[in-house]
Design a protein around this ligand. Sequence first.
Ligand code: ZN
Length: 135
Amino acid sequence: MISKIEHIGIAVQDLKKSTELFTLLLGKTPYKKEIVESEGVETVFFELGETKIELLGSIKTDSPIAKFLEKKGEGIHHIAFATDNITNEIKRLQENQFQLIQNNPKEGADNKIISFLHPKSTNSVLVELCMDKSE
Ligand code: ZN
């Protein structure tokens, strides 16, 4: 089951500058900064009630975020939905003709197991499913 919007991912050119901007905008400091080496991305998380804002900066020129920034510029990159059972949710979505970017869930930032749906099958919105590692 999808329970809520876990976070909204925003692609930024300069993570340091954007962290300062969002600290001012939200009136609070981020609770986490984390590099996900396998994705070539550095992330900064702000907690906002039930949901979060994830800033995404590229650490490699050929990372998916670098390609996104090159193509579309800064802005909303993905919406992440929380689920308590990512395997069942992937199965349900595949049965309903949604396309996944990778077939197997992988480790994401912030202690999550994640999977992305291809924007081709979701009205051009990149959708992330995420589940707490402990679940
Ligand atoms: Zn995310």
